[in-house]
Design a protein around this ligand. Structure first.
Ligand code: TTP
Length: 198
């Protein structure tokens, strides 16, 4: 039987590493998408909509295979934070997050390119930051790590020094909820732990 190719529709090195952690054979194919969203959408609607757009942009170009798209945002007191646009923006985000709890939402869209069937879902993780002063936050911004991360931190990097705890899925915070991905892939006939592994 021909194995179904799997495509990760993402330019994120974190998502690629998380996919590798699952032992899946896959290709990375990322296409630019319009990331503007209606401000009235809830966080889960935002991440699901953007995940679907990313996966669709790739699935349109192929005849066969499963395409995975994902999007991650940080939500603090109802405010959706994407990636910071400047160091000052990163510092503003971190000032909000320190000493507080926030949620990380990741969307997950999987499309079977052969028939267009799509499963689109999301996961939420609560994250708790200890209090931190401006001196420390500025030092962190100066590392450069916050710049391509939603909410201006990386739990898998030095940003971990601020994280006093989480409730929920860890890989969801890094950018791809792996237990959810495994469960959705099963719906499409791919068993991550099974002998039919790609
Ligand atoms: C909160 C958090 C986010 N992130 C990252 C994951 C995502 O790469 C990024 C959120 O940006 P996204 O827009 O979700 O993804 P991306 O632009 O990096 O990649 P693509 O759209 O091509 O898939 O933030 C971390 O790496 N660690 C964290 O702790």
């Amino acid at each position: 039987m021909l194995l179904l190719p799997i495509y990760l529709a993402s330019s994120s090195p974190r998502r690629r590493e998380l996919m590798e952690q699952m032992g899946l054979r896959f290709s990375v194919v990322s296409r630019p998408v319009d990331e503007t969203v209606d401000e009235k959408l809830s966080p889960e609607e935002v991440v699901k909509s953007l995940s679907a757009r990313k996966a669709l942009a790739v699935s349109r170009e192929i005849d066969r295979g499963l395409v995975i798209g994902s999007d991650t945002v940080v939500v603090w007191q109802g405010k959706i934070m994407g990636k910071p646009v400047s160091d000052a923006d990163a510092l503003d985000m971190l000032r909000c997050l320190q000493g507080n709890e926030h949620s990380v939402y990741s969307g997950l869209a999987v499309i079977d390119a052969s028939d267009g069937r799509m499963v689109c879902t999301h996961e939420r993780t609560r994250v708790f930051f200890r209090p931190a002063g401006d001196d420390e936050l500025k030092l962190y911004v100066n590392t450069g790590e916050p710049m391509d991360k939603a909410g201006a931190y990386a739990i898998q990097g030095r940003g971990a020094v601020f994280v006093s705890g989480i409730e929920g899925c860890y890989s969801n915070v890094v950018g791809l909820p792996l237990f959810l991905l495994a469960s959705v892939l099963k719906d499409f006939g791919v068993n991550v732990l099974g002998s039919d592994m790609n």
